[in-house]
Design a protein around this ligand. Structure first.
Ligand code: FAD
Ligand code: NAD
Length: 473
């Protein structure tokens, strides 16, 4: 028998489960359909497991290099099975947490694959959602007033460089590695590529990054790309930018070899394994979009600023709509969509206020426009930059590389963008995000007294530097 709901959410990843919680808070009868595990990519194949591995890599590298702190640890060894077990335990703890939150919110969870059947005489818009149950039991039929599509994304592959279970991996397979390779070729120097380059280098793996663009992290501020490239090269990561990988030259056997065009020459690269990290593609297949009027553009579901698709009763959020494919974005899009369908008046997301974080060592983080974007938009910019080497706490930490860079409009003093490379900047960036939301000018950021000694002083100093008033540099 069909079951009626106010909202049915397809996909229980970060976007989907957060949307479900907000719907339940608003008193809506809510169901989530999840074919894999609640928590989705972020919890099981993304943010959390990758950061757990990164942390182990950081501890390993730090322990080996403790001498500078006067800490001599002889015979430091890596137990990679334990590294993986720690990762799995963190994921499982959070997975239980999400399951608990669904119960607490009285949200029905269907373990199966959801599909839109379209409207019929028995089921008005948006129509029935059928669920093919994972346990093989009879399909469930759900009749909702609204549907939220939150089916997420999966790794994009390159023809000829598909994962093969042995030599070529995407992040999905890399996260499950049982042993570490002694060397790796990483195709794509974006966020995943550079996080893995940093992590594997810390684990002692010989890393080469082949990036097509003329710089790594090509969507970030040029100064961030430059600094990160310099620091990772110094640690021994081989970074090749402007490299056109020739997939058809891939050879496997005793590891992998592949050719790439670089500076007008064909060069051969070899390693034990290859990681392909060239972006992600939306999960739009097999969910019944052909039974709707939903518009797809460049592989992503099109929505208005509230997540509403061309069909007013169907919303879409998270990675499946493209844009910034980040967990916190998916979650906020979920909240906006639910509040909108519930008849509230949510503010649409201003994507220039979304923090972007990269968990390399050192970390990078940004919010708002890059200097290049600001100039291209016609702003007369003023820039304040302050290095961590002039921050006492960074020296105490033994991590004094990098900087904080603020970009402001010379005419209005508006804060346009903040870019950071350095210790714990993924935590420091929230202040910049708040400043953007509150429309704080750089002088107002500096007016807020920053405690000493903290890493946050770099933000205050960079804000002062915008007007040439930095104290310590
Ligand atoms: P997903 O999390 O992909 O969830 C979609 C869910 O829908 C999945 O559980 C899937 O099983 C389910 N589903 C799909 N189709 C159906 C169907 N027909 N029926 C039922 N269920 C279905 N972002 C950050 O902000 N910070 C990070 O540090 C970070 N690190 C990352 C590291 C890696 C290696 C990767 C790959 C991604 C990382 N991301 C990070 C990105 C982040 O994981 C995604 O932006 C986020 O998971 C998107 O959430 P979502 O809900 O849109 O989709
Ligand atoms: P990405 O878009 O960040 O980077 C892909 C990189 O691959 C780009 O630099 C691109 O120029 C390069 N590239 C594309 N085709 C290539 C080719 N043929 N040869 C060589 N290089 C090529 O994608 P990603 O790193 O795969 O990450 C996917 C998504 O996951 C991103 O949207 C990201 O936001 C999200 N993610 C976020 C975090 C985080 O927030 N810390 C971490 C990991 C992943």
């Amino acid at each position: 028998m069909a079951k009626e709901y106010d909202v049915v959410i397809l996909g229980g990843g970060t976007g989907g489960y957060v949307a479900a919680i907000r719907a339940s808070q608003l008193g809506l009868k809510t169901a989530v359909v999840e074919k894999g595990k609640l928590g989705g990519t972020c919890l099981h194949a993304g943010c959390i497991p990758s950061k757990a591995l990164l942390r182990s890599a950081e501890v390993y590298a730090q322990t080996k290099n403790g001498e500078a702190f006067g800490v001599i640890a002889d015979g430091v060894r890596l137990d990679f099975a334990k590294v993986q077990a720690r990762k799995a335990a963190i994921v499982e703890q959070l997975h239980k947490g999400v399951q608990h939150l669904m119960k607490k919110g009285k949200i029905d969870v269907y373990a199966g694959t959801g599909r839109l059947l379209g409207p019929s005489i028995f089921s008005p818009l948006p129509g029935t959602v059928s669920v093919e149950m994972n346990d093989g039991s009879e399909n469930e039929m759900l009749v909702p007033k609204f549907v939220v599509i939150a089916t997420g994304s999966r790794p994009r592959t390159l023809p000829g460089l598909e994962p093969d279970g042995e030599f070529v991996m995407t992040s999905d397979e890399a996260l499950q590695m049982v042993t570490l390779p002694s060397s790796i070729l990483i195709v794509g120097g974006g966020v995943i590529g550079m996080e893995w380059a940093s992590m594997l280098n810390d684990f002692g793996v010989d890393v080469t990054v082949l990036e097509y663009a003329d710089r790594i992290l090509p969507t970030e501020d040029e100064d961030v790309s430059k600094e990160m490239e310099k620091l990772l090269r110094r640690r021994g990561v081989n970074i090749v930018t402007g490299a056109r990988v020739l997939a058809e030259t891939l050879e496997k056997g005793n590891g992998v070899t592949i050719q790439a065009e670089h500076q007008g020459e064909r060069k051969t690269f070899a390693a034990d394994k290859m990681l392909v990290s060239v972006g992600r593609q939306a999960n739009i297949e097999g969910i019944g979009l052909e039974n709707t009027d939903i518009v797809i553009e460049k592989g992503y579901i099109q929505t208005n600023e509230f997540g509403q698709t061309k069909e007013a009763h169907i919303y879409a959020i998270g990675d499946v709509i493209g844009g910034l494919q980040l967990a916190h974005v998916a979650a906020h899009e979920g909240i906006v969509a639910i509040e909108h369908l519930a008849g509230h008046n949510p503010a649409p997301i201003d994507y220039t206020m979304v923090p972007r974080c990269i968990y390399t060592r050192p970390e990078a983080a940004a919010v708002g426009l890059t200097e290049q974007e600001a100039k291209a938009k016609g702003y007369d910019v003023k820039v304040g930059k302050f290095p961590f080497k002039a921050i006492g706490k960074a020296l105490v930490f033994g991590e004094a590389e990098g900087f904080v860079k603020l970009i402001a409009d010379r005419n209005t003093d508006d804060l346009l963008g903040v870019h950071m490379v350095g210790p714990h900047v993924t935590d420091l960036i929230s202040e910049a995000g708040l400043a953007r939301v509150l429309d704080a000018a750089p002088w107002e950021i500096a007016h807020a007294i920053h405690p000493h000694p903290t890493l946050s002083e770099a933000m205050a100093e960079a804000a002062l530097a915008v007007d040439g008033k930095a104290i310590h540099f």
